[in-house]
Design a protein. Structure first.
Length: 419
């Protein structure tokens, strides 16, 4: 079986071969490739990565695997030629919102394309500013122009970009005949926007360091909260900051650790201008100061897998405070480690963690719900530990690498048998 695997990033080994910096994405590709290669009847793969960082198509053979770097300019014609030359049995299309996703559906038989959902861009755009003051969705021509020139974006611009990608995503799903997803939420979305497609559930392989578990109460710092992403308003860091004052009377040592960089600060003279331009980070800094919790918030910088694992293990609780998610990998990684989890009951999250049995889910828009979820876990450590152990058992089954690879190969064969 010949599979043409269309990715929305360059695999690290291809980036290296082309002399480009490796992208943060991609560990799951290596893991799934390795698991597929170990199966009887393993497919022959061509990996095609879409990137604006190359100006012309680049083909490489690396370790016996064929690679293609697909440029943004002229990429549609390059892709059509590559598919005509390779004549794959099936195309695996990962991601639905980028322009190349539509190129795939328009250049190849949709009955031979498996569309694998990652996030859902349209709903993410719609929820980008949840929990923020209405002013964040108003037009600000000067700030938007300056943000664009400096590589940034206002909250309104971020929402608009994802909303536009969501419209393209709907076009992709409307053409799809086979869709692979992971949650009840993305399945319901596909039933609405991909009416001609068959839906197949398929889990995701996560980063290897997390499978070994390792969280222990005696090894963590009490009342230390870890949030794995806070740059985008969608991730809801403002909600976590707002919850801190309610926690401090009973848990005066509570502290919030966030993976990523702190809001930019060039000193008191430039601070107002920096906070105005770096809109969301500036809002977070001002909010923390207003609530008197700035000293409780710590940013770790960008972390690789091993460093991220250490931050998880040092924390008493993993917190997912997003306004919308499909299947957040960070939640799966926390569950694999066997640590107590509190998460927003949004999107596909309830498909990944059962509230009261494997962790605690809360309504992120309900006043006090986030603080109550954390306080409940902290007030009853024995219960929190039991939930965490159950979460680890669930995650080991949901993210079982050999089982996921075997299931994907079975789906491929099923799709081919229906032609």
């Amino acid at each position: 079986m010949k599979l043409f695997w269309m990715l929305n990033f360059l695999p690290p080994e291809l980036s290296q071969a082309l002399g480009l910096p490796a992208q943060a994405s991609g560990s799951w590709v290596q893991a799934l490739r390795a698991q597929l290669a170990a199966l009887p009847g393993a497919p022959q793969l061509t990996l095609c990565g879409y990137t604006p960082h190359v100006t012309k198509a680049q083909r490489r053979i690396i370790g016996g695997t064929a690679y293609l770097a697909l440029p943004a300019a002229g990429g549609r014609a390059v892709l059509a030629r590559a598919l005509a030359e390779d004549q794959p049995d099936l195309v695996l299309l990962f991601g639905t919102e980028s322009e190349h996703a539509l190129w795939v559906l328009q250049s190849f038989d949709p009955a031979r394309i498996l569309v694998y959902i990652q996030g859902l861009a349209g709903p993410c755009g719609a929820h980008m500013a949840d929990g923020l003051p209405p002013r964040f969705l108003r037009r600000q021509p000067l700030k938007e122009a300056l943000a664009a020139r400096t590589g940034g974006a206002t909250v309104r611009q971020l929402a608009a970009r994802l909303t536009a990608r969501g419209e393209r995503e709907k076009q992709v799903l409307a053409l799809a005949r086979h869709v692979l997803g992971r949650t009840g939420w993305d399945k319901a979305y596909c039933e609405q926007h991909a009416p001609a497609a068959r839906y197949y559930p398929l889990g995701e392989i996560l980063r290897q360091p997390f499978y070994a578990g390792g969280w222990r109460r005696q090894g963590c710092i009490p009342h230390r909260i870890f949030v794995s992403q806070g740059n985008l308003p969608l991730k809801g860091l403002h909600r976590a900051i707002e919850a801190l004052p309610a926690l401090l009377p009973d848990f005066p040592d509570a502290a919030l650790f966030v993976a990523g960089w702190p809001p930019p600060d060039k000193g008191p003279l430039l601070r107002p201008a920096m906070r105005w331009l770096a809109e969301y980070p500036g809002y977070l800094a001002a909010l923390a100061e207003k609530l008197g919790v700035a000293d409780r918030i710590h940013y770790t910088g960008v972390l690789g897998a091993d460093a991220m694992r250490e931050e998880f293990l040092k924390s008493e609780t993993y917190l997912l405070c997003s306004s919308i998610e499909n299947s957040p990998n960070s939640l799966g990684e926390a569950m694999l480690l066997g640590m107590p989890c509190a998460a927003s009951a949004v999107g596909g999250v309830p498909s990944l963690l059962e509230s009261g049995a494997e962790g605690v889910l809360f309504n992120p828009s309900a006043p006090g719900a986030l603080a109550a979820a954390l306080a409940g876990l902290w007030a009853d450590p024995a219960r929190a530990d039991a939930l965490a152990a159950a979460a680890r058992t669930r995650a080991l089954a949901d993210h079982d690498g050999p089982a996921i690879a075997a299931q994907l190969l079975a789906i491929c064969r099923q799709a081919l048998a229906g032609l």
